[in-house]
Write a new protein. Sequence first.
Length: 424
Amino acid sequence: MSTPGAQRGSGHDDPPSGVTASAGPYRPGEIVDEKYILIRKIGEGGMGTVWVAHNSVLDVHCAVKMIEAGSKQVADRLLDEARAAARLGHPAIVRMLDYGETSRGDPFLAMELLDGEDLAQLMERQGRLPEVEAVQMLLPIAHALAAAHAKGIVHRDVKPENIFLARDDVTTTQPKLLDFGIVKVEYSSRRLTIDGAVLGTPDYMSPEQAKGEEINGQTDLWAFGVVLYELIAGRRPFDGDNYNALMYAIINAEPKSLTEVGIADQELSAIVQRALRKDQAERWPSMRDLGEELALWLESRGVSDDITGTSLRRSWLADTESKRIELPPYVRDSLRAAAGERPISREVRKVRALPTEAQAEVAGGKHVSEQSLVAIAQLHAIGDPEELLRKAARRRNVAVVLGLIAVVVAGVAGVLIGTGIIAI
């Protein structure tokens, strides 16, 4: 069950007096698991409801998500959602507090109650965002997905309704990833969803997901790219008059780049476009790689923090900034390919096929030869190229200074010998 706005709450609801559980829909005042007093419904879907509730034991409010009259498979899925989110413990993932069953046998989740709105509501109210603000807003979600993938967890329903913008008393915005209800644990002994089932929201499905194929973290990376594209452009990259037309577009059509629709600069457009490649091997290798590129793009524009105020260097660039050479994107891609990090992308092949003048234009007026790429790759193989160049420069400077000292010493010695002060 998708839970758009499921965590929204004013924080000022008073728990009503207890109501005895009965058949039919849950009602305000009903007590769940002997401690959660239901206050008001804040979300509803085909499989259940989400309530603001009061934990009478801890005397705090929380959100309670209940699956009503569900099968054992649905109950297992809800439990797996709780376990997946609890295992991650990431600030950009909604925090799970409890799992149990109601007196009617319906499974429920208790989670933190958040104040704010989801990304879909923000876009409906405000429209598209400036590209810098959009990237700042989604970087914490990218970090959360990278953490999930590192533990073998794939969300597979990344969409604006599942990205909640929680706000605290000091107006800090903390994006939160919601609803791990159709999550897949890649290394689990038990499948959380049926293999081959088309799960997720159609507009944000990856080609492999639309075809019912085996999925991995690339599915989340694709959906993240679609959300970022939509947030910047104010429209989704793929569209269709009906479900089948939409699936066909996702599987076969090439989306217009952000540059082609007149929105973003070429560098950001290329980053997003690569996330939307049909072939998984041509996308960014991981959410971590995509996040690093977006962080570097922000930093190149004088931005040092994401929307939460977290330093880009601390969260993304601490281990990578010193290892990167500021070269054109296709040169960086070739370098990584030569160093064995990933296959050469289609863009690199296209650039290499261009005439020399065209290559120079792509490289910002600087032509980089194949020999130079190989040399850089060889440097990369034995260490950080930039650091090696710095060391070489330092050695050269030391050599120059020593040479100057030797010349001065030799000159002084010559004068002293010539004047007879020093006898040979």
